[in-house]
Design a protein around this ligand. Structure first.
Ligand code: ADP
Ligand code: MG
Length: 348
């Protein structure tokens, strides 16, 4: 056998980044999560060439202090968790302390930031893992992060970058997921200088919507016609509270259309949940047809492990089959009730 060596830290970071950063869309996803966690009410995303040449995210959140800024780019550094037991009471989307270190190890980053209570802001650059000394800068409160030269030193990864159009589609999908469940935040997307969308903030009355996904944000995303054919779901079951919107059976398609799942504010992907939603809808649609849906699950954090996937996309339930069966029943009874009403009978 060859001699075993201890890998240098920058190689460790580049290898670890492989799990978290697949391409421009995962960069945008991580930065969006950070801006949301930083309490931003305005997030502006500007891209060049589908994010392959440049990704810039500007927020009006709490900003970084001068001391925190370089630290944030070291691996396993976070302000969101101190102990593994904190996971059960986590209020933030992030907690792994990996994103900035990972992005910094595979690209060039410039950060300009300012906390609202300080006079001066701070700027820093990170080039393929090399963190510069912070400089004083003048700017408004909040943070602007610019990423260029993604995967410049990792040709194997660069080869997997898709066409500009595909990358834009993936990035928009990541943004849209956050748009749906963060109605009080403005999200604006600019590509090669052209505005693609600008979702303005909505003032939300907490009694407004039991379904958690704001109806006007749904309308912004799906259009008026599809929105009118959505059926609200709200069931407080034993294992989980199921909120959201299910499409009317007339919206069913043979290929999977809009499918959104949120768990305690976090977009997730879980085959078991998708199957149980379809099981709840199957008696209303032709065999194999799929109804679009956006469901929002609220679950006791001790009943789910969110730390099972590097991108936090998958979760593990303590009692998956109870959760799945509660979702199936909630969906079926929402459809049954709605379809009994005359308004919906007109469509059948
Ligand atoms: P995590 O989000 O898991 O803590 P990250 O590497 O994504 O790890 O971020 C590290 C830390 O940097 C965060 O815990 C947070 O304190 C800080 N941070 C990241 N992005 C922002 C931002 N846009 N505004 C203010 N602070 C930020
Ligand atoms: Mg993060």
């Amino acid at each position: 056998m060859a001699k075993i060596i201890r890998l240098p830290q920058h190689v460790i970071n580049q290898i670890a980044a492989g799990e978290v950063i697949e391409g421009p869309a995962s960069v945008v996803k991580e930065l969006l999560e950070n801006s949301i966690d930083a309490g931003a009410t305005e997030i502006i995303i500007s891209l060049k060439d589908g994010g392959k040449s440049e990704i810039k995210i500007e927020d009006n959140g709490v900003g970084f202090s001068k001391d925190d800024l370089p630290l944030a780019f070291e691996p396993h550094t976070t302000s969101k968790l101190q102990d593994i037991s904190d996971l059960a009471k986590l209020e933030t989307l992030g907690f792994r302390g990996e994103a900035l270190a990972s992005i910094g190890s595979v690209s060039k980053i410039t950060v300009e930031t300012k906390e609202s209570e300080t006079d001066n802001g701070t700027s820093i650059t990170v080039e393929h893992g090399k963190i510069s000394t912070p400089k004083v800068t003048n700017r408004k409160p909040g943070t602007t992060i610019t990423i260029t030269n993604l995967f410049e030193k990792i040709p194997a990864r660069q080869k997997f970058l898709k066409s500009t159009q595909t990358e834009i589609r993936k990035i928009s999908a990541e943004i849209i997921k956050r748009v749906l469940v963060n109605p009080t935040i403005r999200f604006k997307l600019i590509h090669n200088g052209k505005e693609l969308f600008d979702f303005l903030p909505i003032s939300v009355n907490t009694h407004d919507s039991k379904t958690f996904i704001h109806p006007s944000r749904i309308e912004d995303v799906l259009g008026k016609e599809e929105t009118e054919s959505l059926i609200p779901v709200y069931t407080k079951a034993d294992s989980v509270t199921v909120g959201g919107m299910i499409g009317h059976p007339i919206l069913a398609k043979t290929n999977q259309s809009h499918t959104y799942i949120f768990l305690n504010k976090r977009p997730i992907w879980d085959r078991g949940i998708i199957k149980s939603v379809y099981a709840g809808t199957n008696r209303f649609v032709a065999n194999g047809s799929k109804i679009p849906f956006a469901i929002y699950l609220t679950i006791d954090p001790t009943q789910v492990d969110v730390n099972v996937h590097p991108q936090k996309l998958e979760v593990r339930f303590v009692n998956p089959y109870r959760v799945y069966s509660d979702i199936e029943h909630a969906v079926r009874s929402a459809l049954e009730t709605a379809l009994k009403k005359r308004h919906y009978l007109l469509f059948i």
